[in-house]
Design a protein around this ligand. Sequence first.
Ligand code: FE2
Ligand code: FE2
Length: 461
Amino acid sequence: MSTPTPGQVIVSYRGLASLLENIDLQSAAEAGFLRNEEAGDNPLVARAGDDPMGVAGAPPAQVQPVSEDLSDIDELQRMVMMSQLQKAIGEIAVADRTPGVFFVPDSQAASLLLAYMADKGLETGKLEPLKNNNFEVKFDDHDIGGWVGSFLRDWIKRLQKRPFLPPPTGVDVIGNSARIAIMGDWGSGLYGAPVCAQSIEKANPAYDVVVHLGDIYYAGNHKEVKSRFLAYWPKLPKALHRAVNANHEMYSGGEGYFDHVLPEFKQPSSVFALQNDYFLLVGLDTGYSEHDLHGGQVEWLAGLIAQAGNRKVVLFSHHQPFSVLESQGPKLIKKLRPFLSTGRIFAWYWGHEHRCMVYEKHREWQMWGRLIGHSGYPYFRKDFSGYPLAQANRDGSSFRVLAATDVAPRSAVLDGSNPYVTDAPLKYGPHGWASIELVDRQIVERIHAADGTVLHEKELL
Ligand SMILES: [Fe+2]
Ligand SMILES: [Fe+2]
C-alpha cells in the first residue's frame, strides 16, 4: 500500500457517523464542554475504563483529556459556531450520496470540518483504502476526545481573512495569437482533475495562458492548495498562470490562495488583466466577498475598459451572473450593469455551479456566457434525458438544450457519465475544460473532454 497523500484523502459521513452521532453538540455547548474539570459528565470525553478498541478484555483506555479551554472565546460566538457546526453535520449527512466518493457542501463550517477531519485522519493514520489509491477517513466514537475544541480553534483562525490585495496598475501583455486553457472547480486532486491538467500540459501547440476559475477543496487551506491544486496544475513554465479567488478558498480565510497560489503564479493580486491589440481579458474576484465584488474592482474595471479602445472584453470569475438551474448573481449584475447594458462585455467565463453550460448570446447584453465548473469536482448528474438533444459527442456524452428563462438565454448543458468516478460512473457528470484561441480579431472557443478531445468548437462573433 502506498503512502497516502493529502490529495487522496476523502472524508465521508459514514466515516464520521459514529463520531458525529454520539455527540450532543447543543448540550455540550451549554455544559461548557471544553473545561477539563467537567470532563466527568462530558459527553465528548472518553472516560477511564472505556474500551478504545471495542474488544473485551483490552487494556483500559487512557483518559483523553479535553484539550481546549475556550473560555476566552466570546460565549455568543461559541454558541453560534456550535449551532453552525451542528448544521454542517446535517449538510454533510445529506450531501454524502455515494460511499467513497468525494463531496463537500457549499458552506464554510462543513468545508472546514471536512478539511479538519481529512487532516486528522492523515495525522492519526485512521484511513481505510478506497479504489484508485484513495483513502477514506474512518473515525469511531473513541476518537472524540478534544476534537471539537481543537476544530473550533482551527475555525476561529480562519475567520480572519488574508488582506485583499489591490488590483494591479497595469495589464499583462499577451500576443495577438494566444491560446488560453480554462478550468473551473478543478481543485479536488481527484478523478478527471489530473487528466484535465495532463491534457492541457501535453497540448500542441502549447497553451500560453492557463486560468483557474476557482474552488480548491475542501477549504483551500495551506496543505490543500499544495496537495490538491499545485501538485497537479499543468507544468508549463513558459505560460502565464492565473487563478481567480472563490468561496472554497475563502473558507480558510484565503490562506492557501494568497500565501501559495498567487506567489507560485507570480500573480500580484486576486484580480488580473491580460491584453493584446484586440482583446482585454479580466479576472474578477467574486470570492473575497462571496458572490460580490470586493474592494475597488468596479472602478478598476472601468479604468481598464476606458483605456481598451475597441478591444473586446472577456471576463473570468468564479461566481455566475445568471443561471438556469441555480441561484443568480444580482450583486454582480448591479455593479457591472453599466458595462453589460452597453454591450461592452463580449464574453464571460465562470464556474461555481458544477456543470458545463454553453449559453446562446445574451440578447440584451450581446454577451456570450459560459459555465465551466466541471473540471474536477464529482458532481451528481441531473436527469436531462427528457431535454432535446443538441449534439451527440464522440465520447458518448451529449449536449442537451435548456430553454431560456427570464434571466438566462437558451443553453446547451453537457451531459454524460464520468469514467473517472469509478465507484459510480453513471451517476456523475463528465469532467472537462475549455479553451479559447485568439488570432488577431478572431476568437475560437472549444469545450474539451478531460482527455483533451474537442466536444464543441465555435467562433464567437
Ligand atoms: Fe465548486
Ligand atoms: Fe464555488
